[in-house]
Design a binder for this molecule. Structure first.
Ligand code: ADP
Ligand code: MG
Length: 407
């Protein structure tokens, strides 16, 4: 019989005490539930003098943001924990360490990263993260390569994929990203001022075809173990360091979905900049920095991935001349398409981003929404003809000029 129930602060403290080697025996522990997320409870347990601390994240059997009417499997806690363990093994500096867990209680105790800032907030505040593109490029290259048929024994990969079947969380993505924005859905959420944009999305059949093709990849292309929700709210940063959290959407899917998530979210912050910085000169500097960062995410990913391919693959078929270039071009195209889908859904779909929704001025916010949609649609429409990261930047630029803004 399952012992599952949602934890209270006292229980979180007892669990924390039972983990060997974290807290000294005699110390008094304090606990606060700090989850700002949509789906789970997050307990922050600290020693009295705050020198030692841990995080305990527990899944609840429904989507917290919607309520008990939207049930979600508790198995996602196991999937998240096992992904964290795999990612930590592949990128020890870029993923928090797991200390203990219970599949029955659906919790994971892990390294506390409270010293870090959630990247979305850091970007809104205008902070600079000079190492981010390199770090996330490494994370993407290593986690995707070593869980794909390129970097794993192909039979073992199939076994592993079987442990990451994640229907409930995939369904959220399938509905919120690949369906709802393109139809009249009760899940959609946008202001009346952009009804014209929402209507255009519903009626754009060539766009629907591209979305259907990207959706098909998401549904069928079990290329590698994805993080599955790699937006800037799932990344903790300091100026020096980067840590990726929250892989509960992990499953075997198309690599470009993760890379596109990072780039799409940087572009969402890019379009939001006029709302966060009215000073003309700084604004241009910040916008250029964000575009540069988006480019660098891809270039860092690509060079790490090519190095892994050249050094780690034993399988001769993968060394066929031309294959690596073909593979990377396909990945870039998927990246463009998924980045576009991610941008579109954050404007008209259920769940938005603070980068844009937090803009106080209605007309500035609306301009950012329209720009995000223009870029998102351009990336989706043209994803299959992109050949270099510069083509993606051109599509961004083009969308911006089309809607009559300078960049
Ligand atoms: P959800 O899946 O519910 O969105 P997240 O994993 O994103 O949950 O966590 C929600 C919030 O809890 C994060 O935004 C962050 O503020 C806090 N949090 C989560 N993991 C940690 C951690 N390891 N260290 C510090 N804070 C954390
Ligand atoms: Mg989450």
């Amino acid at each position: 019989m399952s012992t599952y129930h949602s934890l209270n602060n006292e229980e979180a403290i007892s669990l924390a005490k039972s983990i060997p080697g974290i807290f000294s025996e005699s110390t008094v522990l304090n606990c606060r539930e700090i989850g700002d997320g949509n789906l789970n409870l997050v307990f922050h347990v600290t020693s009295e003098n705050s020198t030692e601390s841990i995080i305990i994240k527990q899944a609840v059997p429904y989507a917290k943001v919607v309520g008990e009417s939207w049930p979600l499997s508790l198995d996602r806690a196991r999937i998240e924990r096992q992904s964290l363990e795999i990612q930590h093994r592949l990128c020890p500096d870029l993923v928090p360490q797991v200390y203990s867990y219970s599949d029955d209680l659906a919790y994971t105790a892990m390294e506390d990263l409270s010293e870090y800032t959630i990247m979305r907030k850091g970007l809104i505040d205008g902070n600079i993260y000079p190492n981010f593109a390199e770090h996330i490029g490494q994370f993407l290259a290593r986690t995707l390569f070593f869980t794909s048929d390129l970097g794993m024994n192909q039979q073992e990969k199939k076994e592993l994929a079987g442990r990451f079947v994640n229907p409930d969380l995939c369904k959220i993505t399938e509905d919120l990203i690949f369906e709802d924005p393109y139809r009249a859905s009760a899940n959609n959420n946008y202001s009346a001022s952009i009804e014209d944009e929402a209507e255009a999305l519903r009626n754009d059949i060539p766009l629907h075809l591209e979305v259907a093709l990207l959706r098909e990849k998401f549904l069928t292309h079990a290329q590698a173990l994805l993080h599955g929700d790699l937006h800037t709210g799932s990344i903790f940063v300091t100026t020096e360091s980067t840590k990726v959290i929250d892989p509960e959407f992990a499953f075997f899917g198309p690599m470009g979905f993760d890379i596109g998530a990072v780039i799409g979210n940087l572009l969402l912050n890019y379009v939001a900049q006029p709302g966060w910085n009215q000073n003309g000169e700084d604004l241009t500097i910040r916008e250029d920095r964000l575009l540069e960062m988006a480019k660098d995410v891809w270039t860092n990913f690509e060079s790490s991935f090519r190095t892994l391919w050249n050094n780690e693959i034993l399988d001769e078929m993968f060394q066929t001349p031309g294959y690596q270039d073909h593979y990377l071009t396909e990945l870039l195209r998927d990246t463009a398409g998924f980045a576009g889908c991610k941008m579109i859904r954050r404007i008209v779909g259920l769940s938005h981003v603070a980068d844009i929704d937090g803009i106080q001025d209605d007309s500035v916010r609306e301009a950012a929404q329209r720009k995000a949609l223009a870029i998102g649609k351009n990336l989706v429409r043209h994803n299959r003809s992109v050949n270099s990261i510069y083509d993606i930047l051109k599509l961004v630029q083009l969308a911006s000029t089309e809607i009559g803004v300078s960049k």
